[in-house]
Write a protein that binds this ligand. Structure first.
Ligand code: ARG
Length: 457
């Protein structure tokens, strides 16, 4: 393809280090679509004849069915997907194949193909995250009243509902979707026609290829267009942050499934046993989601480091942009699917959760709030009085509401029997009805909004 000025061919090591076909063959659909759009434009602009354009488009269609049926051949001498397809085109239609590359370079070609690939990856990620959201919303609806301990520092803090807890992950997923949408918006400009780096002297029509490939506009600067990989970084950033959320949810499942917690039984289909300990049921899928998040973050770091020192315009380092993106996309797809299955199939032990919420003085804040509300005591003083009540209950090994009125009044005379109405875990969650709070009625409102947005009704 470029042998004109060379006397010797590349060494074996050069062929191997240079070849991107082992991984960039994944771009074949995008490469063929972009080539068809390019040659149709060249014909419309009278840069190639209609006859040659037809032969090229027919040849590209044949190649597409060959790739579909047999896969893409891997010949290192042909370096990459672009040369592999062009060389096959020459075999199929002869010298007219050489006209396809008019007013184009592999630099704008690969930038275009890769944007198209990442655009599809974004659309797939959004669809998968929405499926996870549907699972979360369904289980949250079911458990809008199920009480569990809410934690800070992984110490029992206040009672919450399981529905509320699950809807927290719905919100994270919603931000993930919005990050993917932002990435897609910025990505959707067409580099094709930027040629090697400076644009082209041929009278091309960039609007035409832009529209044919579903982009919003042609890129505005040819140097930037061929050397920009922000779109891939934006995608990886969104993927990394999404994987981080999946990892946190996975971590909760790992903790909740442990015997001391016993909050959840994981679906058999997403667990494994032990080869030595017969009683074991391990949450491997959740642990691997947690592990994969580390690898996805590594993919983001990898591409950032690849790009950070490159002068304009294209440098071959940029060929290393694809493996981390492909790897992250595969890992992310698996992770979202695994977490969706876990949320759908988890058997929550609501009795155990409720019991845990009743231990650990989770309604101490409710006692303090009651003293503020009913006895007009400043919150700091109420906090102090409550602390004394917790200390007494703890020394007796009982719950707050198991203290007698005499015992409570010995701590502060302003306490009366109405206090017991505030000390149950039900009263505690029902009271937290501020917008976005854990009260079952509030959770149901958020669930209804989410169901509406997801078209679930
Ligand atoms: N395989 C190359 C890549 O992925 C295509 C671009 C080659 N351009 C060049 N100037 N050598 O980056």
């Amino acid at each position: 393809m470029w042998g004109g000025r060379f006397a010797d061919g590349p060494s074996a090591i050069m062929r191997e280090i240079n070849a991107s076909i082992p991984f960039d063959k994944a771009l074949w659909r995008q490469d063929i679509a972009a080539s068809k759009a390019h040659v149709a434009m060249l014909a419309a602009c009278d840069i190639v004849s209609d006859g040659d354009a037809e032969a090229i488009i027919g040849g590209l269609d044949t190649i597409a069915s060959e790739y579909e049926a047999d896969g893409v051949p891997e010949d290192w001498d042909l370096e990459d997907i672009h040369m592999t397809t062009e060389s096959r085109l020459a075999e199929l239609i002869g010298p007219a194949a050489g006209r396809l590359h008019t007013a184009r370079s592999r630099n704008d070609q690969v930038a275009t193909d890769f944007r198209l690939w990442v655009r599809d990856a974004i659309d797939q990620a959004v669809a998968a995250v929405e499926a996870l959201q549907r699972a979360l919303v369904t289980r949250a609806d079911e458990h809008a009243d199920s009480i569990m301990p809410g934690f800070t520092h992984l110490q029992t803090a206040q009672p919450v509902t399981l529905g509320h807890h699950l809807m927290a992950y719905y919100e994270m997923a919603q931000r993930d979707i919005s990050r993917f949408a932002d990435a897609r918006h910025r990505l959707n400009q067409c580099p094709l026609g930027s040629a090697a780096l400076a644009g082209t002297g041929f009278p091309i029509d960039r609007e035409m290829t832009t529209q044919a490939l579903g982009f919003d506009a042609p890129t505005a600067n040819s140097l930037d267009a061929v050397s920009d990989r922000d779109f891939a970084l934006d995608y990886l950033q969104a993927a990394a942050q999404c994987s981080l959320h999946l990892s946190r949810l996975a971590e909760e499942f790992v903790i909740w499934a442990s015997q001391p917690f016993g909050f959840v039984r994981m679906p058999d289909a997403l667990s494994t046993g032990s080869s030595i300990m017969p009683q074991k049921k391990n949450p491997d899928a959740a642990e691997l989601v947690r592990g994969h998040a580390g690898r996805i973050i590594g993919c983001l770091t990898s591409l950032m480091v690849t790009m950070k020192g490159l002068p304009l315009a294209y440098s071959k380092d940029m060929q290393d942009d694809k493996p981390p993106v492909f790897e992250a996309a595969g890992l992310l797809g698996l992770s979202i699917a695994a977490m969706t299955g876990m949320v759908e199939g988890a058997a929550f032990n609501t009795g155990r959760m409720r019991q845990a919420a009743e231990l650990g003085y989770a309604t101490a804040t409710d006692l303090a709030d009651w003293l503020v509300r009913e006895a007009d005591i400043p919150f700091r003083e109420a906090h102090h009085i409550t602390g004394a009540a917790v200390k007494l209950a703890e020394s007796k090994g009982v719950a707050l509401e198991a203290l007698s009125l005499e015992e409570l009044q010995a701590i502060d005379t302003r306490i009366d029997e109405r206090v017991y109405g505030a000390l149950s875990v039900e009263a505690s969650v029902a009271a937290r009805a501020s917008h976005g709070g854990t009260a079952p009625a509030e959770v149901r409102k958020r669930v209804a909004e989410a169901r509406e947005r997801l078209g679930m009704d």
